[in-house]
Design a protein around this ligand. Structure first.
Ligand code: ZN
Length: 111
C-alpha cells in the first residue's frame, strides 16, 4: 500500500512566510486531507478546524525549523515542543489562507 502524500500550501502572504520558515517549498505535510477536528481557544474569535501535521514526514531540518518557530511564537522551551510533537503532532489551521493538496491514496476514497 502506498503512503499518504497530502499536504497544504499557503495563499496568503502571512501564512506563506510562516510555512517557508519550515520548508523551502512552503508545503506542510498533513496526515489526512479532511480536518481532524475543531478547536476553540479564548484567543480565537470563533472555533477553527484543523489538520494534523504529518510530523513523521518532516525532514530533520524541517522539524528543527518548526520547533524554533513554535518556541518563538508560544514562548516555550524547544525541548518541551520537541517532546509534545511526537505525542500530539501539531495542528495546522484550515481556512481560506491554505490550499489542500490531495494525494492519490486519499483521492481513491472519494465517492
Ligand atoms: Zn493523503
Amino acid at each position: 500500500m502506498s503512503k499518504c502524500e497530502c499536504y497544504v500550501s499557503a495563499v496568503s502572504e502571512e501564512r506563506k512566510k510562516m510555512f517557508l520558515e519550515i520548508s523551502d517549498d512552503g508545503t506542510i505535510p498533513i496526515r489526512c486531507p479532511v480536518p481532524a477536528g475543531t478547536m476553540t481557544h479564548p484567543t480565537l474569535k470563533q472555533p477553527v478546524q484543523f489538520f494534523e501535521m504529518a510530523i513523521e514526514r518532516l525532514t530533520l531540518d524541517q522539524r528543527t525549523r518548526l520547533i524554533k518557530q513554535l518556541a518563538r511564537r508560544f514562548n516555550l522551551p524547544e525541548t518541551e515542543i520537541d517532546r509534545e510533537l511526537d505525542k500530539q503532532s501539531c495542528p495546522v489551521r484550515w481556512d481560506s489562507e491554505v490550499i489542500v493538496h490531495w494525494c492519490n491514496l486519499h483521492l481513491r476514497c472519494v465517492l
